[in-house]
Design a protein around this ligand. Structure first.
Ligand SMILES: [Zn+2]
Length: 116
């Protein structure tokens, strides 16, 4: 059913159903793959709207898309570098790793002194 977003739990979209049981005035969405059901509404349209409204998921997907763009830019920058710049980048990364190790050692030492 294309009007429903994929299941937030199992990410499938083929087995989603809008259920309306006789004798009840509510509609809900059920995933036939993982069994999750929610998005209860008094109309079919309301249940669909609730199922499809996911502000946290939308924000996370936007952030992932932004980070994919940054990664692609960084990849392009690295693949077009000449050997001298690549060598400098390796040295900088080595320094960063050494500084991370020093910071971790300082934290471990400090926690031993404070007993945390
Ligand atoms: Zn599911």
């Amino acid at each position: 059913m294309s009007e429903l977003k994929r299941c937030p739990h199992c990410k499938q979209s083929d087995m989603l159903e809008i259920i309306h049981e006789d004798g009840y005035s509510l509609y809900y969405v059920l995933c036939g793959v993982c069994g999750i059901s929610w998005a209860t509404g008094y109309t079919k349209e309301q249940a669909i709207e609730i199922w499809n409204t996911r502000p946290i998921e939308d924000a996370l997907e936007a952030e992932c898309e932004r980070l994919r763009g940054l990664l692609a830019d960084a990849f392009d920058a690295v693949t077009t570098m000449d050997n001298r710049k690549l060598m400098m980048l390796r040295w900088n990364l080595r320094d960063m790793e050494a500084s991370d190790e020093a910071e971790a050692l300082a934290l471990r030492t400090a926690s031993r002194h404070t007993g945390e």
